[in-house]
Design a protein around this ligand. Structure first.
Ligand code: ADP
Ligand code: MG
Ligand code: MG
Ligand code: MG
Length: 404
């Protein structure tokens, strides 16, 4: 019988992180590593380790036992590091080219050793600079179709699926989304963050009973509909890109939820980028071109997603009901309706909630920033309220164009 001594959790430092990678024999000499902490520091540490002599490198991401936002701090489960690591590994089974390779997971230290993607750029930054990524839509559509289909009841045996639901129970991270995306922005809550000049628009939103009633339905879907393993935080800051490569990172919010959620978050962040280019693109022609590109990404993502998911549905579907006429069409109609509704909530919360996006907040022209935030609120509200009527992706795009 062997007696295992468990090392207790400790926050790693640029000195102690070496102990995590030393046993992996990835580097020739771990004493020669150059190590930097490169995370944003709110929830997690991200250590970058490079060996100059060989050019070999790794990333070690560690969860901190607390979350820190605007000076305040509250405890947050370390289990999210396990969830993130397992979600990356699960995605790697189906789309290995679209996620960082995971080399090692340490449960005690709540950390993951993964592939260094420093040659990629965070998509949000690239979009703010007006960069075009020709493969983005196809790659994200593939990521969505493959991960969502293969973790759903359309593919898995119901016993296996329910085991998976259990493995990805993520209550504390889900609660953050439940509060910050679906509740707080719609009420006068102290986590909200918006300038005084937006007050009257925000109050109109708080008094919009139809909007709040529809948002309640979306929140209920998020709470209850365990359809597939979601990424859970698929904004443009969770996507690394180059011209021909796309990598999805940071699935610590992963859990079993409604399939439209990841799609909606991605679309919402593209819509926010669209609005922000009334500032970021100074030249009118370039702006129109770039905004058209962003709408194309939304449209192509949806088209490729439905094509691939449908192909999987017919080639790998496990259930007789999946071949019944109309079932597949009904499913895609529901996913689109959900995605548009979730996109609406995301647009609103990124505008007046706790966590904003750099696309809008980096706009120095304060009057223009306010005007665009007004438009974002109008867009978000319309998407939530009218999602049942937006039965084609083209109507979603028209809504974005119409509000802008
Ligand atoms: P958080 O959950 O704290 O948001 P992320 O996983 O999004 O952490 O990582 C934060 C930042 O760390 C990223 O924006 C990126 O700059 C850097 N980073 C994270 N993972 C990698 C990686 N595999 N390769 C290179 N840089 C990374
Ligand atoms: Mg962050
Ligand atoms: Mg992140
Ligand atoms: Mg994160």
């Amino acid at each position: 019988m062997s007696l295992q001594t468990k090392k207790p959790y400790e926050a790693l430092t640029t000195e102690t992180v070496v102990q995590v990678v030393a046993p992996l024999n990835h580097f020739d000499d771990v004493n020669q590593l150059e190590i930097k902490e490169i995370g944003d520091g709110n929830l997690n540490y991200v250590f970058h380790l490079v060996e100059p002599a060989t050019g070999k490198s790794l990333i070690v991401k560690q969860a901190l036992p607390y979350a820190k936002v605007v000076g305040e701090s509250w405890p947050l489960t370390l289990d999210r590091a396990r969830i993130e690591s397992e979600a990356l590994i699960k995605a790697g089974e189906y789309v290995p080219a679209l996620v960082p390779k995971v080399y090692h997971t340490d449960r005690q230290l709540a950390c993951t050793v993964m592939e260094d993607l420093s040659d990629h750029l965070i998509l949000r930054k690239g979009l703010i600079q007006g960069e075009v990524y020709p493969k983005l839509a196809e790659h994200i559509a593939t990521f969505l179709a493959q991960t969502l289909f293969h973790t759903s009841d359309f593919f898995l045996h119901p016993f296996v699926k329910k085991e998976q639901v259990k493995a990805f129970i993520n209550p504390e991270l889900c609660k953050i989304t439940e509060d910050l995306v679906f509740t707080d922005p719609f009420f006068n809550h102290d986590t909200n963050d918006f300038p005084e000049e937006l007050k009257s628009s925000v109050e109109r939103l708080w008094n919009d009973q139809t909007l709040k009633r529809e948002t309640a339905k979306l929140k209920h879907a998020f709470l209850t509909r365990a359809e597939a393993l979601l990424h859970g935080d698929l904004h443009t800051g969770s996507i690394f890109v180059t011209t021909d490569s796309t990598k999805v990172i940071d699935p610590e919010f992963a859990y079993y939820g409604p399939i439209g959620f990841d799609i909606g978050q991605f679309f919402a962040n593209l819509a926010l980028s669209y609005l922000s280019h009334f500032h970021h693109s100074k030249d009118q022609h370039k702006r129109q071109q770039f905004q058209a590109y962003l709408l194309n990404v939304i449209e192509d993502t949806w088209t490729h997603f439905t094509e691939q998911f449908s192909q999987l549905w017919h080639s790998k579907g496990q259930e007789a009901y999946m071949q019944v006429a109309g079932v597949e069409e009904d499913f895609f109609a529901q996913v689109l309706e959900d995605a548009i509704g979730f996109a609406g909530c995301e647009v609103i919360r990124r505008t007046i909630g706790l966590a904003h996006v750099a696309d809008l907040d980096s706009i120095e022209d304060q009057a223009l920033q306010l005007k665009l935030k007004e438009k974002a609120l109008a867009l978000g509200s319309t998407l939530v309220r009218e999602r049942k009527q937006l039965t084609r992706i083209s109507r979603f795009l028209e809504t974005i164009r119409g509000v802008a």
